[in-house]
Design a protein around this ligand. Structure first.
Ligand code: AMP
Length: 328
């Protein structure tokens, strides 16, 4: 029996952080062999916000290095840049013709960004989820490992599949999200999602000293004001990070000691800092090494893009037939 298809993407908008890792990238590496896997750098999604070509060039290489350093293996999956495998752009247009404006206007990520950006919203930001659906459907994807911020977009992708299949006949499977144990990690400010744009991250290439310095002021259970107050780990973002990186016995001990006020928040943070530094060290070293060879990174992405294009074009030809279009 042939393998089911898995696909996911990441924007080249800066170094990857532990939210990306726990929410999505760790699952990419875990499941890359169980599925026929496609992973890509979502360049076209990123330019809805980033207008700096130099940053874009650098970040594409850095993100590629981070992803590979996390264990994603181009021998076991297809790893590519969205802008090299352009079929999804054509499919995006086709899908936009079966997507309602009302559905797009309801997308919370679009509404949040439109509010935050404080500038006139570009049409790309509005169509962002349709391009995402096109990326997914171009590979007839079954499973999409993502953080929970993408669930609404996946719901829309399923709606688009139903609309397309009803109009033109059974073509695409309905893609399902694959969530991790930490589907949404808050930032160190404890207020909003950990995000490159918020500056509230621990990045995968942070060294042990930066990890310590960043963790020290990180928000914990707000009801734990003094060292002697018992804490509630279920209300503490630092504990959530422990759950992502520390073994179950350590988590159980931290939980017990925090509730009994046997340890303070700083003790808990320093245990976490050690654990994080140890887990991230090989990723940091490997990513730094890969970043020194941008030509090799580009070659890996180029080969992946050639493979991705073959698969996506097969789908696109089927779509062209269904729509009554000639093949180019
Ligand atoms: P992005 O950086 O927006 O391209 O996100 C890449 C992947 O990481 C997507 O699957 C996101 O859902 C996931 N992700 C981003 N931030 C977080 C977070 N704070 N917690 C969990 N997953 C996240």
């Amino acid at each position: 029996m042939s393998k089911k298809i898995m696909l996911s993407g990441v924007q080249p908008s800066g170094d990857l952080h532990i939210g990306n890792y726990l929410g999505a990238i760790r699952n990419w590496a875990r499941y890359q062999e169980e599925y026929a896997s496609f992973f890509f750098i979502a360049y076209y999604h990123a330019i809805t916000e980033i207008k700096d070509p130099q940053l874009m060039r650098e970040a594409t290489c850095h993100v590629a290095a981070d992803v590979l350093a996390c264990g994603v293996d181009p021998e076991k999956c297809t790893f590519f840049v969205q802008s090299h495998a352009r079929t999804s752009l054509e499919l995006c247009w086709v899908l936009s013709c079966v997507t309602s404006m009302g559905d797009l206007e309801r997308m919370t990520q679009y509404k949040d960004k439109a509010r935050q950006l404080n500038i006139p919203v570009n049409a790309g930001l509005f169509l962002y989820p349709v391009l995402q659906a096109a990326d997914i459907l171009a590979f007839k994807t079954h499973v999409v490992p993502v953080g929970d911020d993408q669930c609404q977009h996946l719901e829309l992708a399923r709606e688009i599949v139903r609309r397309f299949n009803t109009a033109y006949g059974e073509t695409f499977p309905e893609p399902q999200q694959l969530l991790s144990e930490v589907p949404r990690l808050l930032g160190l400010d404890g207020d909003s999602k950990m995000s490159k744009s918020k500056g509230n991250t621990i990045s995968l290439i942070d060294d042990p000293e930066s990890i310590k310095a960043k963790l020290k002021p990180a928000k914990t259970d707000v009801h734990r004001q003094r060292r002697s107050d018992p804490g509630d780990p279920s209300q503490c973002n630092v504990y959530t990070i422990h759950q992502g990186f520390s073994d179950p016995a350590t988590c159980a001990q931290v939980d017990r000691d925090c509730r009994a006020a046997a340890i303070g928040c700083i003790d808990c943070k320093m245990m976490l800092a050690d654990k994080l530094a140890a887990t991230l060290a090989p990723i940091r070293e490997r990513s730094r090494e890969l970043r020194r060879h941008p030509d090799q990174l580009r070659e890996i992405l180029r080969q992946g893009s050639a493979r991705a294009t073959l698969t996506a074009e097969t789908t696109m030809n089927e779509v062209r037939d269904k729509l009554g279009l000639f093949h180019p």
